[in-house]
Design a protein around this ligand. Structure first.
Ligand SMILES: Cc1cc2nc3c(=O)[nH]c(=O)nc-3n(C[C@H](O)[C@H](O)[C@H](O)COP(=O)(O)O)c2cc1C
Length: 360
C-alpha cells in the first residue's frame, strides 16, 4: 500500500510555506515537551476490540450541537490559513462542507464571516473574550448574523504562551500579510492580532454571558480537568473541548489523550465532549471515541494539507481520516462511533512509539 497523504503533507507544506509561517504552525510552547508527547500518548493506548458483531454497515454519522455530520471529526480553529492558500478559510470551509464536518473559524481569520458562510459549511466561531467584555460583542453579533452555529470559548489563553521562533530570519508577524488575519476584527489591530488584551479574569459567568449574547451553544475549549469540566457544564456549556492548544500554551501539561476518560466521567451525558491534540489518524480518533469523546478535532495536519494542495488537499486528508476511522471501527467490532465507547483502557501502555514518521 502507498504511503498516506497525511504522512506527506508536513513535508509538502514545508516546501510551500514561508519558513516563518511553517515554524509558527509547527511550534509549541517553551521546550515543546507537551507538543512532543501529544501523538505518542494516543499511540500508547491499547484497544480491546469486540468480535462476533455485525459490521457490514458502519455508520459514522454523528450529531454535534444539534447538527448532523458525516463523521465525528472537525477542523480546529487556526489563524493564518490565508498564508497557506489564497482562499484561506473559505477554501477550508468548502472542503469541510464537502466532507460533512464542522469548521471552527479562528477569531483571527483572514476571511470574512459572510464568505465562510457562503460555502454552506456548518461553522462555529472560536472566540477569545477581551478584557473589556463589551469589545467582544460586535464580533459575536456579526458571527451570529452571518450564521455561526456555536461559539467556542478558548479558555486556555489569558495570554499567549512563550514560543521560540526560528533562530534566524524574521518572525511570523514580520512576514505576515495584514490581509491574512483580522478580517472580522471590529477593534483596531496591531501587526500581531494575537496580542490584543485577553481577559485574565474569565469565569463560569462568561459562559452564560456568551450564551445569552449569542443565543448559541457554548463550547469551552482548553479544558483539561474533570472539576473544570463540571464547572463549565454547571455554568451552561453545551460541550467541553479537551485541549492543550496543540502544546502551544503551557508546556509540560498532560497529553489530552489522558484527560478524556476523566472528563467524560465528570460530565456524564450532560454535555458533549470533544478533544484535540496530536490526533494523526483515524485510529487515534477511534481511541478518543473509545475513551468517551463524541468527536475529535484536528489542527496542524489539516493546515499542512491546505498548504500542500489547497481544498483538494484538505479533502484528501479528511477522507483519509474518515476511511481509517471506518476501517478501525469495523476491525474493532463497532458498527458506529457510539459502539466504540469503552473498548480502550483509560491508562496507556508503556512502550516506544512506532508511527511511520518515526520509523522512516
Ligand atoms: C497555526 C495554528 C493556529 C492556531 N490558532 C488558534 C486560534 O486562533 N484559536 C484557538 O483557539 N486555537 C488555535 N490553535 C490551536 C488549535 O485550535 C488546536 O487546539 C491544536 O492545533 C490541536 O492540536 P493539533 O495541531 O496537534 O491537531 C492554533 C493552532 C495552530 C497550529
Amino acid at each position: 500500500m502507498t504511503r498516506r497523504w497525511l504522512d506527506q503533507v508536513e513535508t509538502l507544506a514545508r516546501e510551500a510555506l514561508p519558513p516563518a509561517v511553517f515554524r509558527y504552525v509547527a511550534e509549541g510552547a517553551r521546550n515543546e515537551i507537551s507538543l512532543g508527547e501529544a501523538s505518542a500518548a494516543w499511540d500508547a493506548m491499547r484497544l480491546a476490540p469486540r468480535v462476533l458483531r455485525d459490521v457490514r454497515t458502519v455508520d459514522t454519522r454523528t450529531t454535534l450541537l444539534g447538527a448532523d455530520f458525516a463523521v465525528p471529526l472537525g477542523i480546529a480553529p487556526m489563524t493564518l490559513q490565508r498564508a497557506a492558500d489564497p482562499g484561506g478559510e473559505v477554501t477550508m470551509a468548502a472542503a469541510a462542507h464537502l466532507a460533512g464536518v464542522p469548521m471552527v473559524l479562528s477569531s483571527n481569520a483572514g476571511s470574512t464571516f459572510a464568505d465562510v458562510a457562503s460555502t454552506g459549511a456548518h461553522w462555529w466561531l472560536q472566540a477569545y473574550v477581551a478584557a473589556e467584555r463589551s469589545d467582544t460583542v460586535p464580533l459575536l453579533e456579526s458571527a451570529v448574523a452571518a450564521g455561526a452555529e456555536a461559539v467556542v470559548l478558548t479558555a486556555d489563553t489569558p495570554l499567549i504562551g512563550t514560543r521560540y521562533s526560528l533562530p534566524e530570519g524574521p518572525g511570523v508577524w514580520e512576514v505576515a500579510d495584514p490581509a491574512w488575519v483580522g478580517a472580522n476584527a471590529t477593534t483596531p489591530t496591531g501587526a500581531d492580532p494575537e496580542s490584543r488584551a485577553k481577559a485574565m479574569d474569565l469565569g463560569p459567568a462568561d459562559i452564560g454571558w456568551l450564551a445569552e449574547t449569542t443565543g448559541l451553544p457554548v463550547v469551552v475549549k482548553g479544558v483539561m480537568r474533570p472539576d473544570d469540566a463540571r464547572r463549565c457544564v454547571e455554568a451552561g456549556a453545551a460541550a467541553i473541548w479537551i485541549s492543550n492548544h496543540g502544546g502551544r500554551q503551557l508546556d509540560q501539561v498532560l497529553a489530552t489523550a489522558h484527560c478524556v476518560a476523566g472528563v467524560r466521567a465528570a460530565v456524564g451525558e450532560s454535555a458533549q465532549v470533544y478533544v484535540d491534540g496530536g490526533i494523526r489518524s483515524g485510529l487515534h480518533a477511534l481511541i478518543a471515541l473509545a475513551l468517551g469523546a463524541d468527536a475529535v478535532f484536528v489542527g496542524r495536519p489539516i493546515f499542512h494539507a491546505l498548504a500542500a494542495d489547497g481544498g483538494a488537499g484538505v479533502d484528501r486528508a479528511l477522507r483519509e481520516y474518515a476511511d481509517e476511522l471506518v476501517e478501525s471501527l469495523r476491525l474493532a467490532g463497532c458498527a458506529s462511533p457510539q459502539d466504540a465507547r469503552g473498548i480502550v483502557a483509560p491508562t496507556p501502555t508503556a512502550g516506544p512509539s512506532n508511527r511511520p514518521e518515526t520509523r522512516l
